[in-house]
Design a protein around this ligand. Structure first.
Ligand code: GLV
Length: 328
């Protein structure tokens, strides 16, 4: 029987490629070539399925150039690389990779918060540069985590994981804002109190962003919002580039409008706004919040599971536009 053919757009675990090869004709980009959009389309043409990594844009242009395409399985929980409306209109199923990365990403959010509030990278650079020659009472004094007020904007599974770490592990007071309020049971589990966005900005000692990116959430944090925050506050973005206005943030950090920021995601990444590189009070990491090997393997396997289920005539595990399945 003819095997469906699929494209794996970026290098991934060889064992996942081997799993896929049992059921599919696989073109795998295991040399991890950086393709332009035109090259991506050339590789995708004639393929019925795609394994994407959260970077490859699937929009009307790609869909009309690749009419054989039936499913794109993202190895990421975020899916702002997918134009879901265009995919649904073209009858192409979209799937993402939620849940398996929740705890790992919440761990990282907390790590970035602690590194930022306690000035870990800034002080390490100082030491490495040979500048440490005496003790002083205020050297790299930062902000406390324990007992502080933790604000969370975006209270999905990862936000809830961060809330629990803060409340249960560090005795923090947790407040959150979200499109919809959690039910009372979940609020109690997270020991989190729902507040309006303005109160969140004004009250949080540490504000962690974990909301999905969409045109509606573009620049959710800009100059106006930064001006509402405490001058002693820390801002952490592990959500997506574009949720924060990075240029406005660099100005706020330079002028000490807020104390510090920790950023794992950037507008236009992998490019980083050069102004952010010139301020010392920011910790910068290259979009690695879910990066542990077991979690990345689980994410890759979940993307593979979705492709295997779909072409095996079964219900995909984590569909985003199930309406497409109903049509078929
Ligand atoms: C990572 O950013 C993801 O969306 O999985």
């Amino acid at each position: 029987m003819r095997k469906p053919n699929i494209l794996v757009a970026r290098a991934v675990f060889p064992e996942v490629i081997a799993r896929l090869e049992q059921q599919f004709e696989v073109e795998a980009n295991q040399t991890d070539e950086m393709w332009s959009k035109v090259q991506f389309i050339e590789h995708l043409q004639g393929k019925e399925g795609a394994f994407t990594t959260g970077v490859e844009r699937i929009d009307a242009e790609v869909l009309s150039a690749c009419p054989q395409l039936k499913i794109c399985a993202n190895m990421a929980v975020g899916y702002n690389n997918f134009d879901i409306d265009a995919m649904t209109a073209a009858g192409v199923l979209a799937t993402n990779a939620p849940d398996v990365l929740t705890e790992t990403t919440a761990d990282f959010g907390f790590a970035l918060l602690m590194a930022t509030a306690r000035r870990l990278t800034e002080s390490e650079h100082y030491l490495r540069a040979g500048k440490w020659n005496r003790w002083s009472y205020d050297m790299f004094a930062g902000a406390d985590i324990h007992g502080a007020t933790l604000g969370i904007l975006g209270m999905g599974r990862i936000g809830q994981g961060i809330a629990k770490r803060g409340a249960l592990g560090f005795g923090m007071k947790v407040i959150y804002h979200n499109r919809s309020r959690l039910d009372a049971g979940l609020e109690a589990e997270c020991k989190a109190r729902y507040v309006g966005k303005e109160e969140l900005l004004k009250t949080a000692d540490h504000l962690v962003l974990v909301l999905p990116y969409s045109p509606e959430t573009h620049h959710t944090i800009g100059a106006t919002e930064l001006a509402l925050m405490k001058p002693t506050a820390t801002l952490i973005n592990i959500a997506r580039g574009g949720i924060v206005d990075d240029a406005a943030l660099a100005v706020a950090l330079r002028d000490k409008r807020i104390a510090a920021a920790g950023l794992d995601v950037f507008e236009g990444e992998p490019a980083v706004n050069p102004a952010l590189l010139t301020v010392p009070n920011v910790v910068l990491t290259p979009h690695i919040a879910s990066a542990t090997m077991p979690t990345r393997l689980a994410m890759a396997n979940l993307a593979a599971d979705n492709l295997l289920a779909f072409f095996g005539g079964k219900e995909p595990v984590t569909p985003l536009n199930s309406a497409v399945l109903a049509i078929k």
